[in-house]
Write a protein that binds this ligand. Structure first.
Ligand code: DHB
Length: 311
């Protein structure tokens, strides 16, 4: 049998591989973005950008442990004007460029979106779920604010746009956000952002492990995979599979990618595993996914999407 096809198409944009970096992971500087361009990654996703350059929160602000990671980076990034200048060069790598946009207040989003759209990324991912700015709640937990913001951004961009949502833990919240997205449509969903405001403790030192916010931060890695899969599945069902989903959370093996595809993701993003392993992770995951699909006689990753069996 010929090798399984691992490409995918999201909002009309073709990805040579359905595996890419998650925003935040090794994608802040020009050097990091170019390294993603040279790597096996199926796309280049930028760090969430704000209006101004930010140093971010004090260190230590990222801590890996067995099973995952916790971070409170505080949106360190170069500022949107620098990313707007970088995007044309990144497109030379012949894979999609996804610009992730954030903001410290609602008005920042349309300002960034307008300018970044003109720079010509293939897709725009609107981050409604940064948990790490002291005093700023995650927008995705405020359904009215999310709807307002999606409408404002949509009005000023001419690229396909999606939203990166926080994890929800109750079907009522999945339904409320799905209703928002039916009134204010987007072209794709990235699910999920880190599980916000978790606390990891070092019992030996009797201490928190990161400095910002008294040790509270966003949880990523294997420990959040089940939460990510549940959110992918809930939104896949809410839209009858009619909106493309990028699954994010706990991808460390080809089997993890396969599970995200089964739940309804068309592609996946990799955060903690990329930071821990480096950009070689994409080739490893692609090889492992290819082996899983070949063993199960699937011709392609897209043939798996949403095929999860229920009992
Ligand atoms: C940061 C973390 C996030 O999970 C996010 O969505 C955006 C920014 C951060 O701390 O930099």
């Amino acid at each position: 049998m010929t090798d399984p096809d691992l490409s995918c198409t999201i909002a009309g944009v073709r990805f040579p591989l359905c595996i890419m970096n998650a925003s935040g992971a090794l994608c802040v500087t020009r050097e990091e973005l170019e390294a993603l361009g040279r790597s096996g990654a199926g796309a280049i996703v930028t760090k969430s950008m704000t209006v101004e350059f930010r140093k971010g929160n004090p260190e230590p602000r990222y801590y890996p442990f067995s099973g995952g990671s916790i971070n409170s980076m505080g949106l360190p990034n170069l500022g949107y004007q620098t990313y707007a200048e970088l995007i044309p060069a990144l497109k030379a790598f012949k894979k999609p460029v996804i610009a992730s946009i954030a903001g410290l207040c609602e008005e920042d989003f349309p300002e960034i979106a307008r300018a970044i759209s003109k720079a010509g990324p293939d897709l725009i991912e609107v981050n409604l779920s940064c948990p790490n700015i002291p005093g700023k709640p995650q927008i995705g937990y405020d359904f009215d604010a999310s709807e307002r913001l999606i409408r404002k951004v949509r009005a000023v961009v001419d690229r396909p746009m999606g939203v990166k949502l926080p994890p929800y833990f109750d079907p009522a919240h999945h339904a409320a956000m799905a209703d928002v997205l039916k009134r204010a449509p987007v072209d794709f969903l990235s699910l999920i952002n880190s599980v916000g405001n978790a606390l990891v403790i070092d019992p030996e030192k009797e201490s928190v492990v990161i400095k910002p916010k008294g040790g509270f931060g966003g949880l990523g890695g294997s420990v959040i995979k089940a939460v990510a899969l549940a959110n992918v599945r809930a939104f896949w069902k809410a839209f009858d599979g009619r909106i493309p989903i990028i699954g994010v959370g706990g991808v460390t093996s080809g089997t993890d990618v396969f599970e995200h595809l089964l739940a309804g993701a068309s592609a996946v993003q990799v955060g903690t595993a990329l930071v821990e392993e480096g950009t070689g992770v994409f080739d490893r995951l692609a090889a492992e996914l290819r082996a899983v699909l070949a063993k199960k006689s699937y011709p392609s990753s897209s043939a798996v999407v949403g095929r999860l069996k229920e009992l």
